[in-house]
Design a protein around this ligand. Structure first.
Ligand SMILES: *Cc1c(COP(=O)(O)O)cnc(C)c1O
Length: 420
């Protein structure tokens, strides 16, 4: 899992076979650039590791929801994990809809439930009793049975950043084991509910496997218990969360994860559903930005770039680390800089305390920005969302246009109408 799709040849950096500078010239900066081969490679690694397990990979749409990316992932025989009606609309917009969708999230609205019911998804991942009640009554209206899994919160410490930890008992997600069993018993009595699975997702960017092991053991205990009360499942959804290396973190090999699935869960002969996001798309993308100013002071030096926290929120939100390469001048230098954007917030930084050498107009690449990069971006400070490019060997194409000022104001009715 390294970035070998980015290479340096004769002082130029290439993403696959395309010179990154050419993309900057053609499309401007800031820019998200993805490698198609990297995405395909990641999926096939996972598919191969899982080859003797009956499984379905449901890509977490929230990690990167660009339609061209989703299309590529769909063509690699994946389904999708969605967390909103909008994400389901994206999946349907791809065409050839096959219903390989699981719907996660604590706040599914009535409209979202109706929409997903109409489209016969694999499972609603139920996160509370009121949600189950609501689903049953909506399904009754449609005279349809709704497929469900119940999301178990196994109370394991995912040992990741608190904002991306979801499997502790004081997180808002899922139900503890006792409550989950009660809910299964209730679901079994409901006329418009069809129990198909069990679900969990304990957090994101897990680099150590032991929390998965604890979770799988708890899932297995629950499945045993469910069997004793006459509840049989079709699938076991083990969520996503496998981490990637952003800053030389040690990552446990995929095979160990798969061995654990085999050890604890294969004996049930159920389909294993996985919901990876970051693992598939994280390493495949970079954020390319241009240096605007070098600002030095006695205490601190700053590189001010044209990308900001609205384009890549992870450093501000989670204190996340992204490696940075100055592709115009890859020498490290001996000065230490914070790399910051133009937004009027102290939290607007992309990197802190980096030894790097840079001057005005240099191009910097923020690595491993494919997941939770563009999909978390906003228009804060009236900044148009940036363009996205997909590279495929020597080819590249624009997969999302840079927004314009008119895009930003188009919903501000009164003034837009006046203008017309
Ligand atoms: C975010 C999320 C995922 C994907 O997490 P990754 O860390 O990107 O693999 C999977 N399932 C659910 C329910 C999620 O909320």
């Amino acid at each position: 899992m390294n970035n070998d799709f980015i290479t340096e040849k004769n002082n130029s950096f290439f993403i696959e076979e395309v010179d990154i500078r050419i993309l900057a010239e053609k499309y401007g900066t800031p820019l998200y650039i993805y490698s198609k081969q990297s995405i395909i490679h990641q999926i096939s690694l996972l598919q191969e590791a899982l080859s003797d397990i009956n499984h379905l990979i449901c890509f977490a749409v929230k990690s990167n929801s660009n339609l061209s990316i989703l299309n590529l992932i769909k063509n690699a025989e994946c389904g999708f994990d969605i967390v909103s009606g909008g994400e389901l609309k994206r999946v349907i917009a791809l065409g050839n809809y096959d219903g390989n969708v699981v719907f996660s999230g604590v706040g599914k609205s009535k409209d979202e439930i109706e929409y997903a019911l109409e489209h016969n998804i694999l499972a609603f991942n139920i996160e509370s009793e009121p949600e189950l009640m609501r689903l049953n009554s909506i399904a009754k209206k449609f005279a349809k049975k709704a497929n469900i899994s119940i999301r178990v919160n196994p109370n394991v410490d995912a040992k990741t950043h608190p904002y991306i930890s979801t499997g502790l008992k004081d997180n808002k997600f899922g139900l503890d084991e006792k409550k989950a069993i009660e809910l299964y018993s209730l679901a079994k009595t409901m006329d418009y509910i069809n129990i198909t699975g069990i679900d969990c997702h304990i957090g994101s960017q897990l680099t150590d496997l032991s929390p998965f092991q604890d979770t799988f053991i708890k899932l297995a205990n629950m499945i045993d218990h469910l069997q004793t009360i006459g509840i049989e499942l079709d699938h076991i959804d083990i969520g996503g969360g496998i981490g990637i290396s952003y800053n030389d973190e040690k990552i446990t090999p995929l095979n160990h994860y798969v061995s654990m699935i085999k050890k604890y869960l294969s004996k049930y002969n159920k389909k294993i559903i996985l919901e990876p996001g970051r693992l598939i798309i994280g390493k495949a993308g970079i954020l390319l930005t241009k240096v605007e100013y070098i600002k030095r002071s006695e205490h601190k030096n700053f590189i001010v770039v044209d990308a900001a926290m609205n384009d890549l929120m992870r450093p501000s939100l989670y204190g996340a680390h992204h490696n940075v390469i100055n592709i115009s001048n890859p020498k490290n230098g001996d000065e230490i800089f914070d790399i910051v954007g133009p937004i009027c917030e102290t939290g607007d930084f992309l990197a802190k305390d980096r030894q790097i050498s840079a001057s005005e107009d240099d191009l910097l690449a923020f690595m491993d920005a494919g997941a939770y990069g563009f999909s978390m971006s906003s228009n804060y400070n009236t900044r148009p969302k940036i363009a996205e490019i997909l590279v495929d060997q020597t080819d590249f194409k624009l997969i999302r246009q840079r927004e314009t000022f008119d895009d930003l104001i188009q919903h501000e009715i009164e003034f837009v109408n006046q203008k017309k």
